[in-house]
Design a protein around this ligand. Structure first.
Ligand code: HEC
Ligand code: HEC
Ligand code: HEC
Ligand code: HEC
Ligand code: HEC
Length: 452
């Protein structure tokens, strides 16, 4: 599904005229004079704490509460990077980060540069709260620019065609909630100067065969189940989970943390198919190769996707003597600091361990004006994408030389994933979070090679 193209100028003008006359039903900048104070008071009277929804929608609340949407404004990495961003830009970034991670915090003017995250209202802290999604003015959604226009009439919309009435809010069916475009305000990310998209999950999906297959974001990230959508409501076949599981999990105490970690592990085990091929036997001293193929056959977009600057998906290959355990070849191992052995490893830079020249790493590399890699993705002028598109494969060949004597070799392969590498945490002064980092094994395989 695509949203309607931008309306012709004349209609837009007419529409704006109409909107400005229909008192206080929108968050348009054209709202009546009297200014910001009134608007903020109005926002506060309409935008509601998720806890209020919990009284009638307990399942939706309990699930959402564990999600990265609820975590978006608590996320210590987010808060640290936002602060670094303001410092590096002389506060020019302003609302750039928060407008997506907590659209209401921006509208309520709670987050000037240098804001104190402990002093925020419950609503601002709730990040991407229920009302962010259920009050958004769908036709005003702009790809990569978050949500900024909301319905202030308090009508909550989603995809129940015949909602039962209730004492708290009016309900209305909007078919857009069943489609990926509703996510595109945030899951594509337009750079601060609006010149390029730096994160492109929605675009990757748009360009994938999933569109023709009718498989939307919701089908994988909000699976349907049979149950009630509200206390006392009818049993329906099509109620949707609100866990929004991806690859991230909370790094601080947070509701459902252990369950989220388990769910991430399960999703990652069901993302791709790994196949390894190697000759069954080779002659002593001969060259041969181990081939690893990763097919992205179950992910609705590239893998990794979104925040690819921090993500690491990589291949670990260890070829050893099956009997003695002696290692003949390895790639994808970590250094003493837990980093992969590339140019980001302090031990490689200091000559303590050798560089892993065969490393197969999937991620994204942001580059600045001069083509240099930067740690700060929002400053990127270009992005080098080392990702695998939906239904495409990556093939990695490791050329090897067999030992000079007969032996039984074992080639052990693991496809591994983590959401952050340790060097990033060290660079931003978040060493305290290092023990929270986890590596997930997505798939593994073992091949034996007889050397005659
Ligand atoms: C990131 C956006 C987002 C957030 C945050 C969100 N929802 Fe939803 N919600 C949706 C979408 C999208 C649907 C429809 C899914 C579909 O039809 O495929 C939906 C559906 C619903 C429905 C209709 C029944 C159903 O499950 O389909 C209810 C009720 C609901 N949400 C309540 C809530 C409550 C309460 C919260 C907060 C605790 C919340 N939502 C947070 C996006 C969101
Ligand atoms: C007093 C109880 C009550 C409260 C409080 C409440 N809701 Fe509802 N809501 C309902 C009922 C009942 C339905 C209809 C369920 C059905 O027909 O299956 C509903 C339906 C919805 C729908 C689906 C609309 C549609 O047609 O698809 C959304 C979205 C929703 N609520 C969001 C929220 C949000 C967000 C909050 C908190 C800001 C909230 N609700 C608070 C009772 C409530
Ligand atoms: C208003 C902005 C916004 C909207 C709209 C939005 N998201 Fe998100 N989403 C985010 C942010 C921000 C995060 C990450 C928060 C963090 O980790 O700090 C996130 C995280 C996620 C994650 C977890 C990613 C991970 O790595 O674990 C999934 C999955 C997800 N969103 C799916 C969806 C889907 C599906 C929709 C549409 C129904 C949607 N989102 C709509 C902003 C949004
Ligand atoms: C066919 C199922 C499927 C569909 C459709 C799908 N996803 Fe995903 N998504 C996955 C899987 C599997 C993962 C975990 C692997 C990965 O990181 O890419 C994932 C991961 C993610 C992540 C975390 C990515 C990362 O590497 O940091 C986000 C964010 C996300 N999805 C959002 C979306 C959005 C938005 C849409 C719609 C435009 C969508 N997904 C469509 C299956 C799907
Ligand atoms: C257009 C909306 C948008 C903007 C603007 C935005 N983010 Fe995000 N952010 C997201 C989404 C969506 C995700 C989840 C993507 C994923 O998991 O792949 C996310 C995830 C994150 C995460 C957690 C995951 C990770 O690995 O990094 C951090 C930290 C983060 N963003 C920091 C920032 C900072 C700092 C800024 C400002 C410089 C910013 N974001 C601006 C939408 C946005």
């Amino acid at each position: 599904m695509k949203f309607l193209p931008v309306l012709p100028a004349l209609t837009t003008l007419l529409l704006l005229a109409l909107l400005s006359s229909c008192d206080k039903t929108s968050t348009d900048p054209k709202d009546p004079p009297g200014g910001q104070v009134d608007s903020i008071a109005l926002y506060r009277s309409v935008f509601t704490d998720p806890a209020r929804c919990a009284s009638c929608h307990p399942s939706h609340y309990e699930e959402w509460q564990t999600s990265m949407h609820a975590y978006a404004m608590t996320d210590p990495v987010f808060l640290t990077l936002t602060e670094i961003g303001q410092q590096r830009s002389n506060n020019q970034l302003d609302q750039f980060c928060v407008k997506c991670h907590s659209p209401f915090a921006t509208l309520l003017k709670e987050v000037p540069p240098g804001f104190d995250p402990t002093g925020l209202s419950t609503l601002a802290k709730a990040g991407i709260s229920c009302d962010v999604c259920h009050l958004v003015k769908v036709p005003e959604i702009r790809r990569g620019e978050s949500f900024s226009k909301f319905n202030l009439d308090g009508v909550r919309r989603a995809s129940i065609a015949d909602p039962e009435p209730n004492s708290f809010h009016e309900s209305e069916f909007d078919h857009a909630y069943g489609f990926s475009d509703i996510c595109s305000g945030c899951h594509d990310l337009l750079s601060p100067d609006r010149s390029r998209f730096l994160e492109t999950t929605n675009t990757e999906w748009d360009d994938s065969p999933y569109v023709a297959m009718g498989v939307e974001c919701q089908d994988c990230h909000m699976p349907a189940y049979r149950g009630t959508a509200a206390i006392g409501g009818p049993v329906r076949d099509n109620v949707h989970r609100h866990y929004f599981v991806g690859v991230d999990y909370p790094l601080v105490d947070f509701p459902g943390k252990a369950e989220t970690i388990a769910a991430v592990g399960q999703l990652l085990e069901n993302s791709v198919t790994l196949t390894v091929s190697a000759p069954g036997s080779v002659a002593a001293g001969d060259t041969f190769s181990v081939q690893v193929r990763i097919k992205n056959d179950r992910t609705g977009h590239d893998i990794p996707s979104g925040s690819i600057f921090e993500r690491q998906m990589w291949v670990e290959l260890i070829v050893r003597n099956a009997l003695s355990g002696e290692v003949y070849f390895s790639s994808g191992l970590l250094d003493g600091n837990g980093d992969l052995r590339n140019h980001h490893s302090e031990e490689v830079v200091n000559g303590i361990v050798a560089e892993d020249s065969a490393l197969a790493l999937f991620n994204g590399i942001p580059r600045d004006d001069s083509g240099q890699e930067t740690l700060f993705f929002w400053e990127a002028k270009s992005v080098q994408r080392n990702t695998i598109e939906a239904f495409k494969s990556a093939i990695i060949r490791y050329p090897l030389t067999a030992p000079g004597q007969p032996a039984d070799l074992e080639a052990a392969v693991r496809l591994r994933f983590r959401s952050f590498p340790p060097y990033v945490f060290r660079a931003i002064g978040q060493e305290a979070l290092l023990p929270e980092l986890r590596i997930f094994d997505m798939a593994s395989a073992l091949q034996t090679i007889t050397v005659n």
